[in-house]
Design a protein around this ligand. Structure first.
Ligand SMILES: [Zn+2]
Length: 172
């Protein structure tokens, strides 16, 4: 082989390696762009690299929260969580929903009719659906539909894997 060919081959392998590394570790993934004017409770923000999210979250959590996947219906133990308390973001602990607004939707996903505060989450168009994201860490949480119960008529259809439950501390 000519030295130029060797050099070109080496350059090709190097570029290919960097490209694959970028795909695998997500270094090429741009940060999520929030809608202008998006706020969060206390202006709290949690921004991490893809590598950091991968090491913090389980594979199932990462797939849903950072890659907008959907968990299998009826797969989350939070479907059957009926104690008083708060459902927080599994990525950043941002309080999302109160148990008071949880209802049985029969869909197999934990469902709520209102976030704990209006700016706990934000929404973005997602085809003919409306996506719901955590306002602190931008994690994909689920979708919101307009067939929910009173008083809001909304149904926040959430992935249980994207949330953690914090039971209310009983009064002493
Ligand atoms: Zn979050």
């Amino acid at each position: 082989m000519k030295p130029t060919a060797v050099f070109l081959l080496a350059a090709l392998l190097l570029c290919g390696g960097i490209w694959l590394y970028g795909i695998y570790f997500g270094t090429s993934r741009p940060p999520h762009r929030r809608p202008p004017g998006t706020t969060s409770p206390g202006n709290r923000r949690v921004e991490k690299t893809d590598v950091a999210w991968r090491s913090q979250l389980t594979w199932a959590q990462y797939r849903v929260m950072r890659e907008r996947s959907t968990e299998w219906p009826n797969s989350s133990p939070l479907n059957h969580e009926h104690r008083p308390g708060t459902f927080v973001c599994a990525g950043c602990r941002n309080p999302l929903f109160s148990s008071k607004t949880k209802f049985e939707s029969g869909t197999g996903w934990p469902s709520f009719y209102d976030p704990v505060v209006p700016n706990a989450v934000y929404t973005e168009p997602d085809g003919n659906r409306t996506e719901v994201r955590c306002s602190v860490c931008d994690a994909h949480l689920g979708h919101v539909f307009s067939d929910g119960p009173d008083p809001t008529g909304l149904r926040y259809c959430m992935n249980g894997v994207a949330m953690a439950f914090v039971p209310a501390t009983p009064p002493r």
